[in-house]
Unconditional design. Structure first.
Length: 128
C-alpha cells in the first residue's frame, strides 16, 4: 500500500512539462539553454520549484508523523518516534522559510531584478 502511495506521489510530482528560463523565442535554439544574462530568472525558478517541493515533503512528513502518532497505541517508543518525525518536519519547514527570507533579504541589497519572483514563461507571454 505504501509503495502505491509513493508511486502515485512520484508520478504526480514528476510531471514532465517544458519549463524555460525565458520565453520560448528568446532561448538559444542551438543549445537549448538560457544565456548567462538570464541567470536571475533561472535562479528564481529554481528557488520557487525547490520551495514548492519542500512544501509537499513537509505535508507528507506531517501526515506520516500524525499517522504514526495515531497508531502508536500508547507505546512510549512509538510516540517518541512520531513526535520526532513531526518535530523534524516543522524544523525543516522553518529552515527552508528562513533560507528563503535570507535570499530575499540579500536580493534586496544586490538589486538583482526578479530574483525572488517565480515565473514560467509561455509562448507569447514572457516574464516581466
Amino acid at each position: 500500500m505504501v509503495k502505491k502511495i509513493l508511486l502515485t506521489l512520484y508520478l504526480l510530482l514528476t510531471n514532465t512539462t517544458l519549463v524555460l528560463a525565458q520565453a520560448a523565442g528568446e532561448v538559444d535554439q542551438s543549445t537549448g539553454f538560457a544565456p548567462l544574462s538570464e541567470l536571475g530568472k533561472v535562479f528564481a525558478n529554481l528557488v520557487g520549484a525547490v520551495t514548492t517541493l519542500v512544501g509537499f515533503v513537509f505535508l507528507a512528513m506531517l501526515l506520516v508523523g500524525g499517522f504514526r502518532y495515531m497508531v502508536s497505541m500508547g507505546e512510549p517508543k512509538n510516540i517518541a518516534s512520531a513526535r520526532l518525525t513531526l518535530t523534524w518536519a516543522v524544523a525543516g519547514l522553518v529552515f527552508v522559510l528562513a533560507s528563503f527570507l535570507i535570499i530575499d533579504f540579500v536580493a534586496g541589497f544586490v538589486a538583482i531584478p526578479g530574483l525572488t519572483s517565480f515565473c514560467i514563461p509561455g509562448p507569447g507571454a514572457p516574464c516581466p
